[in-house]
Design a protein around this ligand. Structure first.
Ligand code: UTP
Length: 298
């Protein structure tokens, strides 16, 4: 019987250089889309998928991220006293159960594979686990990780979230070599991290959601430096295929925003603001006034 997936690793130890100077003191994952930090979207998605244990791989300068998950009794009392019940509810919804979160340090940003490997002692030998990159924010009716867990219950093995990208962008992603497809499930026969456009085996890219077999951690024990001189998670998953274990991609339903880039972050901000009933009218009116100005400028 397949084990249930109850643990998720959130690698958040990267330097976040694309958002400097902000990320000199603010962890990227604390930056807010409307009024919620990126990490809150990731946590909510994980919870919806049945995750109960949350492992953060952090680094120097991520103190604000750890503080974010502390309860705030004084703030709660003040909101209660002033009758701000909606805000109180929003605040309480971000509270995490004591002991549900573990923090592990990555001493040096040596790559995503290395970050995941840092959490190896918190995952049992026979335990599948999820990995969520909070800078990929996915708006979906059924949260992306939940879609993956439902598919994983049928396939087992390892599973990555997959999305088509323009060929010229392939060198920014891990790319799937596709064996066969059934519905939105892709059977994978190889994976390559950041290939040159001419060498990309497809235009199906890996997005920051994974369900991984415990063997992937063993593969990371022996990992070599890969693309960009970093230890790549893609290489450790590709090793699963070499060893004859199944790896699938799921073409998830939903819209993905690359909030690790400025353009993606801004697009997500606009999209999430327009989805908020309390902001919709005012913000849509602003956009309606602004877009014609853009056309004139062109
Ligand atoms: P990115 O490739 O976006 O790198 O990492 P980054 O350092 O966060 O940002 P830039 O490129 O300098 O702007 C993808 C994810 O992997 C984590 C990051 O925190 C992010 O969630 N990561 C990356 C680590 O935890 N450790 C690493 O060594 C590298």
């Amino acid at each position: 019987m397949k084990r249930r997936v109850t643990k998720a690793i959130f690698p958040v130890a990267g330097l976040g250089t694309r958002f400097l100077p902000a990320t000199k003191s603010v962890p990227k994952e604390i930056m807010t889309l409307v009024d919620r930090p990126l990490i809150q979207y990731a946590i909510d998605e994980a919870r919806a998928a049945g995750i109960t244990e949350f492992i953060f791989v952090t680094s120097r300068g991520k103190g604000a991220l750890e503080d974010y998950f502390d309860h705030a009794p004084q703030l709660e009392a003040a909101l209660l006293k002033s009758g701000k019940t909606q805000l109180l509810e929003a605040l309480r919804a971000s509270n995490m159960e004591s002991g549900a979160i573990a923090y592990i340090r990555q001493h040096k940003a040596m790559g995503l594979g290395h970050a995941v490997w840092c959490a190896r002692r918190l995952i049992a030998n026979d335990e599948p686990f999820a990995v969520i990159l909070p800078d990929d924010v996915i708006a979906a009716d059924t949260p992306c990780l939940q879609q993956m867990i439902e598919a994983y219950e049928e396939t087992g093995g390892s599973m990555v979230a997959a999305m088509e990208v323009p060929r010229e962008k392939a060198s920014s992603y891990g790319i799937l070599d596709v064996n066969s497809e059934r519905g939105n499930l892709v059977s994978v026969r190889g994976m390559v991290e950041k290939p040159k456009m001419s060498e990309a085996p497809s235009n199906l890219a890996v997005i920051g959601r994974y369900i991984l077999a415990p063997d992937v951690l063993n593969n990371l024990n022996n990992a070599q430096l890969g693309a960009g001189g970093e230890i790549q998670l893609t290489d450790a998953i590709a090793k699963e295929i070499e060893d004859g274990r199944p790896v699938h991609g799921l073409r998830f339903s939903g819209q993905r925003f690359d909030c690790g880039s400025k353009a993606g972050f801004l697009q997500a901000t606009v999209s999430f603001a327009l989805a908020r009933p309390e902001l919709q009218d005012e913000f849509a009116a602003f956009l309606r006034d602004t877009v014609p100005l853009l056309r004139v400028a062109e």
